[in-house]
Design a binder for this molecule. Structure first.
Ligand SMILES: [Zn+2]
Length: 407
């Protein structure tokens, strides 16, 4: 109990007054209140959620990062017949949020604040509100009794390349957990998303040979060679844009290739020894990024004989920076049908941004994405979500209770 007049009691009172009519309001405030910026530990949030779920009889498994500073939580509410492994529904959300450093916030980012018809705070859209809404329904799921297991998959380090959830998925596959499907609550405006692009990114490092710029034949110009490879990538991107293949269900209906960072050279009068650049391929599920990368590598190899004529130690190296698979859950799948019925729409959309859904899909757990808010509001200062979106999310969850409950 909070002593009357204490700071905690005042906060609770204010929160009750502010509640815009949401079952999940307190839960949203609680989750947003943990600073789970990706560089920080998320254990305080995980421990709190674990305690909450265990109090409702959930079985919890944690998988940790190498330093044990961060954890994934996989929690299962068993079906009434005791089944904990087969045919369940996974509600998936990442616990980490992007940094607020240098962003002009008008409120405390780690306090969900109601302003008019919006809730403002870091993670209210991306993506604590979905997880909070699912968690807030747990008493109702338990009261009604479950026909199939309900799982929560709360991950760390999604924002830095879907790192954490890989260990969670490995663990559930190893333990023989075979869900019917997974609902990833990334912001889609509560639209049902059944596919997204995959992404792979690389760093290319070109090592040439330094020389005085009046003696260019004695050097190997790393900047110029890097630029030739970048130009090749640009031409590949144009070919996809002009010749496809296309899937017009996406906002950008073809595979894109993009160079985002380049660094090289030290002074104009020195033939530069080093240049490196980072590029990415965001591909439609049916385009193979590795095939494309093999072509880029083959193109780069052409420069090696000329480079080695000057310096045998010159090289061009590629480092894989990240890889997240795309997915396409066809509209007929069980999880898409369940999603349609819970969101009361037959429409399916496809998006260009990546999520953990691709990794679940890769592990043969078919997935959909459906969550409150819009990706355009994610990662911004004064990140917000409309109360109307949160109400739609609650309605979705209530229908999910009806579909999964025994009575
Ligand atoms: Zn997210």
């Amino acid at each position: 109990m909070n002593a009357p007049g204490s700071a905690a009691a005042l906060r609770a009172e204010k929160s009750a007054v502010d509640n815009p009519g949401l079952v999940a309001w307190e839960m949203i405030r609680t989750l947003v209140g943990f600073d789970t910026t990706s560089r920080e530990s998320n254990l305080a949030l995980i421990d709190w959620v674990r305690g909450y779920l265990e109090s409702y009889g959930a079985q919890c498994t944690l998988t940790f990062d190498d330093d044990r500073r961060k954890a994934n939580l996989f929690a299962t509410l068993p079906a009434s017949d005791g089944n904990t492994t087969s045919g369940g529904i996974v509600l998936s959300g990442h616990t980490d949020v992007v940094p607020v450093d240098g962003q002009p916030w008008d409120t405390n980012p780690f306090e969900a604040t109601l302003i008019g018809d919006r809730v403002v705070g870091r993670g209210v859209t991306d993506m604590k509100s979905f997880s909070a809404t699912g968690l807030a329904m747990v008493p109702e799921f338990v009261r009604r009794g479950l026909a199939r297991p309900l799982h929560f998959a709360l991950s760390y380090d999604e924002e830095i390349g879907c790192i954490g959830v890989r260990r969670l998925i490995e663990d559930i596959v190893a333990r023989g957990v075979t869900p019917l499907g997974c609902i990833v609550g990334e912001p889609t405006g509560m639209e049902l998303v059944v596919a997204h692009k995959g992404k792979k990114s690389w760093r290319c490092r070109v090592r040439g040979h330094e020389a005085h710029s009046s003696l260019t034949p004695l050097g190997v110009n790393a900047v110029q060679i890097a630029c030739e490879i970048v130009t090749y990538l640009t031409n590949v991107a144009r070919a996809f844009r002009d010749q496809g293949e296309f899937d017009h269900a996406y906002d950008v209906p073809y595979t894109t290739v993009h160079t985002g960072v380049i660094r090289g050279g030290t002074a104009l009068n020195i033939v530069p020894r080093d240049c490196q650049f980072d590029f990415e391929i965001r591909h439609l599920p049916f385009d193979d990024p590795d095939e494309l990368f093999a072509e880029v590598e083959a193109y780069a190899r052409r420069f090696l004989p000329e480079m080695h004529n000057v310096d045998a130690d010159a090289y061009i190296a590629f480092d894989l920076l990240s890889a997240s698979p795309g997915f396409d859950t066809h509209g007929e799948s069980d999880i898409a049908a369940l999603g349609s019925s819970c969101s009361e729409t037959a429409d399916h959309a496809k998006v260009s941004f990546g999520t953990e859904a691709g990794l679940f899909h890769e592990a043969a757990i078919s997935s959909i994405i459906c969550g409150p808010g819009h990706i355009a509001q994610a990662h911004q200062p004064n990140e917000w979500v409309a109360v109307e979106q949160l109400k739609r999310c609650e309605a979705f969850m209530k229908r999910l209770v009806d579909r999964v409950a025994l009575a």
